[in-house]
Design a protein around this ligand. Structure first.
Ligand SMILES: NC(=O)c1ccc[n+]([C@@H]2O[C@H](COP(=O)([O-])OP(=O)(O)OC[C@H]3O[C@@H](n4cnc5c(N)ncnc54)[C@H](O)[C@@H]3O)[C@@H](O)[C@H]2O)c1
Ligand SMILES: O=c1ccn([C@@H]2O[C@H](COP(=O)(O)OP(=O)(O)O[C@H]3OC[C@@H](O)[C@H](O)[C@H]3O)[C@@H](O)[C@H]2O)c(=O)[nH]1
Length: 345
C-alpha cells in the first residue's frame, strides 16, 4: 500500500497501488529487480547507476537523450549483461517492463535549462507524465528528483519541506522551478488518483566527479577556472548562499528514499552553508592560491539563500550526509585534472 505521510498536504491516498510485477515480491528473490534510470548518463544518474549495479540482483536500464549527459559516464557498464542503454527522449512515450523508476531526466545547470526553456518545461511536464503513465501500466514505484529550486528565492531560512516557496512564475528560471513544481503535482495526483507508489526527493546543490567541465554550475566553474589559471567568476553580490552535498551522499539518500516507506517530498542535501565568496576562497586555497577572484554580473532571480532542514530525511530514512565540502572538493579536482589532461597534484 502507498504510505500516507506526505508532509505538504492533507492525508491522501485513495486507491491501492497497481499490481507490481511479480519480481518485486518474489519470495526467493532469485530474479532481478529491473530498474529504470532516466537521465542515467548524467552526473548524479551515472553515480546512481554505479551503485545500483553493485547489487547483482539488479538489472539497470538507462534512458537518456544525451543533452547534458554522456555515454562516457557509463562506459564501464556498456556491454554488461545486466545493463541496457537506450537513446530516448522522455517527452516521448516509452514501453519497458520495470519494477522501479528513478526519474532524473532533466537538464539541471541553469545555463542548460535556460538554453531551450520550452524544451525544459516539456521535459518536466510531459517527461514526468510519460514516466507516471509507465509506472501505472507496470505497477512500478517511481522516484522524482525534484529540487530545492521549488522554494524559489526562499523567505523562510533554512527550508523545511512544509515551506511552499517563493517562486517567480514568469521568470527565466520558471521553466525549471515551476516545471519541477508541476512534476511534483503530477506525482501526487497520480498517487491519489491511481494509487501509484511515489517518492519525491528535493535535491539541494550536489557536486562531485563527472560533472561536465563546462557545466556552468558554480562548483564546476570555480574548479575548472582555478585549474586553467582563469579568474574565479563570483556572480554579484557573492553573499548569496548555497549548501553543497557530495554525490555519494546524494546517491545514498536517493536509494534509501526509494527503498523506504515515505513518499516525501524529502529534502536531501548537506546543511553546511557557504556564501559564493567563501566557496571561491576555499577553491582558491585548495586548487590554486595564485588565482584571482573576479566579481561578475548575476543572472535574474538568483536565490539569495539556500539551506535544507534535513530532520525528515534523518528520521524517516536514517540518512545524513557524511562528506564535508573540504573533503569532497579534492575528489572532484582530481577528476577534472585527469579530464583536462593536467598532471596529478
Ligand atoms: N545536481 C544538482 O545539484 C541537482 C539539484 C537539484 C535537483 N537535481 C535534479 O537531479 C537530476 C539530475 O541532475 P544532474 O545534476 O545529474 O544533471 P545532468 O544534467 O548531469 O543530468 C541530467 C540527465 O538527463 C538527461 N536528459 C535531459 N533531458 C532529457 C530528456 N528530455 N530525455 C532524456 N534524457 C534527458 C541529460 O542528457 C542528462 O544525462 C535532474 O532531474 C535535476 O533536476 C540536481
Ligand atoms: O560561475 C559562477 C556560477 C554561479 N555562481 C553563483 O553560484 C550560485 C549557485 O549557482 P549554480 O548555477 O551552481 O546553481 P543554482 O543553485 O543557482 O541552481 C541549482 O540549484 C539546484 C539544482 O536544481 C540545479 O542543479 C541548479 O538549478 C548562484 O548564486 C550563482 O549566482 C557564481 O557565483 N559563479
Amino acid at each position: 500500500m502507498p504510505s500516507n505521510n506526505a508532509s505538504n498536504g492533507s492525508p491522501h491516498t485513495t486507491k491501492p497501488a497497481p499490481t507490481p510485477s511479480p519480481l518485486r515480491a518474489s519470495k526467493f528473490f532469485q530474479s532481478n529487480m529491473r530498474i529504470l534510470v532516466t537521465g542515467g548518463a548524467g552526473f548524479i544518474g551515472s553515480h546512481l547507476v554505479d551503485k545500483l549495479m553493485e547489487n547483482e540482483k539488479n538489472e539497470v536500464i538507462v534512458v537518456d537523450n544525451y543533452f547534458t549527459g554522456s555515454k562516457d559516464n557509463l562506459r564501464k557498464w556498456i556491454g554488461h549483461p545486466r545493463f541496457e542503454l537506450i537513446r530516448h527522449d522522455v517527452t516521448e512515450t516509452l514501453l519497458v517492463e520495470v519494477d522501479q523508476i528513478y526519474h532524473l531526466a532533466c537538464p539541471a545547470s541553469p545555463v542548460f535549462y535556460k538554453h531551450n526553456p520550452v524544451k525544459t518545461i516539456k521535459t518536466n511536464v510531459m517527461g514526468t507524465l510519460n514516466m507516471l503513465g509507465l509506472a501505472k501500466r507496470v505497477g512500478a514505484r517511481i522516484l522524482l528528483t525534484s529540487t530545492s529550486e521549488v522554494y524559489g528565492d526562499p523567505l523562510v531560512h533554512p527550508q523545511p519541506e512544509s515551506y511552499w516557496g517563493n517562486v517567480n512564475p514568469i521568470g527565466v528560471r520558471s521553466c525549471y522551478d515551476e516545471g519541477k513544481r508541476v512534476a511534483e503535482t503530477l506525482m501526487f495526483d497520480y498517487h491519489r488518483q491511481h494509487g501509484i507508489e511515489i517518492r519525491i526527493a528535493r535535491i539541494f546543490n550536489t557536486y562531485g566527479p563527472r560533472m561536465n567541465i563546462d557545466d556552468g554550475r558554480v562548483v564546476s566553474n570555480f574548479i575548472a577556472q582555478a585549474l586553467r589559471d582563469e579568474p574565479l567568476t563570483v556572480q554579484a553580490p557573492g553573499t548569496q548562499t548555497r549548501s553543497f552535498c557530495y554525490v555519494s551522499d546524494m546517491v545514498d539518500g536517493l536509494m534509501r528514499l526509494m527503498e523506504g516507506k515515505h513518499t516525501g517530498p524529502i529534502n536531501i542535501g548537506n546543511p553546511g552553508e557557504f556564501t559564493m565568496l567563501e566557496l571561491a576562497e576555499t577553491v582558491k586555497e585548495i586548487v590554486n592560491p595564485k588565482v584571482e577572484i573576479k566579481m561578475v554580473e548575476n543572472t535574474p532571480d538568483d536565490p539569495r539563500q539556500r539551506k535544507p532542514i534535513i530532520s525528515q530525511a534523518n528520521e524517516s530514512l536514517g540518512w545524513e550526509p557524511k562528506v564535508k565540502l573540504r573533503d569532497g572538493l579534492p575528489h572532484m579536482v582530481e577528476d577534472f585534472r585527469q579530464r583536462l589532461g593536467l598532471p596529478k597534484n
